[in-house]
Design a protein around this ligand. Structure first.
Ligand code: GLU
Length: 425
């Protein structure tokens, strides 16, 4: 297997793992670090693949494959979400775990990076089936999980209930209640106020700062949001509350568009009843892919990886892209955006609000002392805007894209911690 991948000269789009390794390669070269350091950071410290058999409600037996990849522990326990998605594969989880390491380092959250996933479409299974899948997956991972080892959180297709089942399964196995083994738990089990909407809030803090950096005032700005789940829905709401006109949103079923601005509270009420943005009466239907190419100031891809590629990047008309999802932009698309003077705020900065409040949840749980919603929100805002300032300053100083600056800053922190700890033996 070759791991020394350089950014391609051609317009080829890479897989998420190739993208992640190419970004690491660039950072290593910029920092003048060794080939050995690259190889170390290009590979996860520990990976576990497990079989997850499920007895379905009708008695049938089905098998799923699950993974947990712990990319790095140098700055603290591994941290990252668990996703339930039919497209989960080991290489994708490896890329997502590496991005978690950089995200935590960049935001100075004292964790390494991890990610997990089960290759399952959760929409096709009952709650009781998902509970059994979650408990079996968790029980297989117990030896490598723990509040000081690896702390899962929600991601695509998982939620607070999933975390409650994971926490319970782990706690029963070790013989006492361990709330801090997961974050993103229900409030009643030691979850943090503000965790549920934290990723979206963070996205909007940096989106407003990014618009301002381009001379755009919220009340005169327009936006399109791809995805109406844990990240996109809150992002649309907080943009709307900040007076940005959200013209279009999409979910996995379709997209809706209103050139005068969507009534977001009414759209949320529609989604609560129907489960989708489709058929919202205050808008026209729109092709899902066309949403990415709308003439808006701000585009928030908040669905999944690989949506902005060499195929569509030249048609994107937004002035600012803020990555709510992990890995939505290929490096080929990044180059096109740079040529077209489109500012891209990278995922490891833009969507870090989730892991920041996960950290707050872990800290509160460890101290058994809970903060108010205002305290959580204020500390989140301070960290997000502090990192935005640091990354934009570094990018300006070294004439780099925000993605390169953010990755280099993160890799440098991990490399420094590694150097100071030394290599065992
Ligand atoms: N899944 C989220 C992410 O990709 C949150 C991870 C966490 O809170 O640990 O950043």
């Amino acid at each position: 297997m070759t791991t020394t991948l350089h950014l391609p000269e051609a317009d080829a789009d890479l897989t998420p793992l190739e993208e992640a390794r190419a970004q690491l390669r660039d950072a290593i070269d910029f920092l003048g670090l060794s080939e050995g350091k690259y190889e170390m950071l290009a590979h996860a410290r520990r990976e576990m693949t497990v079989a997850v058999p499920l007895r379905r409600d009708n008695g049938d037996l089905e098998l799923f494959i699950g993974h947990r990849v712990q990319h790095n522990f140098t700055r603290g326990p591994a941290k990252g979400g668990v996703r339930y998605d039919p497209n989960v594969d080991l290489d994708e989880v490896r890329a997502l775990a590496m991005w978690m390491t950089w995200k935590c380092a960049l935001l100075d959250v004292p964790y390494g990076g991890a990610k997990g996933g089960v290759r399952i479409d959760p929409r096709n299974y009952s709650q009781t089936e998902l509970e059994r899948v979650t408990r079996r997956y968790t029980s297989e991972l117990i030896p490598i999980l723990g509040p000081e080892k690896d702390i899962p959180a929600p991601d695509m297709g998982t939620d607070e209930q999933t975390m409650a089942w994971m926490m319970d399964t782990y706690s029963v196995a070790v013989g006492h209640t361990v709330p801090s083994v997961v974050t993103g738990k229900p409030i009643s089990l030691g979850g943090s106020l503000g965790r549920r909407e934290s990723t979206s809030r963070g996205v909007v803090h940096v989106a407003l700062a990014a618009l301002e950096s381009r001379g755009l005032r919220p009340a005169h700005s327009t936006a399109a949001v791809q995805g109406f789940g844990k990240v996109g829905r809150g992002a649309a709401r907080f943009l709307d509350e900040a007076d940005v006109a959200v013209l279009a949103v999409s979910d996995m079923y379709g997209a809706v568009h209103n050139p005068a601005g969507l009534d977001i509270p009414a759209l949320e009420a529609h989604v609560d009843v129907t489960g989708s943005v489709v058929d919202f009466s205050g808008a026209e239907p729109l092709d899902r892919d066309a949403l990415l190419e709308l003439d808006v100031d701000l585009l928030v891809p908040a669905a999944h990886e690989g949506v902005l590629t060499s195929d569509n990047a030249n048609r994107v008309r937004a002035k600012v892209i803020v990555e709510g999802a992990n890995g939505p932009t290929s490096s080929a698309a990044d180059r096109i955006f740079a040529e077209n003077d489109i500012l891209v705020v990278p995922d490891i900065l833009a969507n870090a609000g989730g892991v920041i409040v996960s950290y707050f949840e872990w800290v509160q749980g460890n101290q058994s002392y809970w903060w108010t919603a205002d305290e959580v929100e204020e500390r989140l805002r301070t960290r997000m805007l502090g990192s935005w300032k640091d990354v934009t300053a570094y990018a300006r100083e070294h004439d780099l894209s925000l993605r390169s600056a953010a990755t280099i800053m993160a890799v440098e922190r991990v490399a420094l911690a590694h150097r100071q700890r030394g290599l065992y033996p």
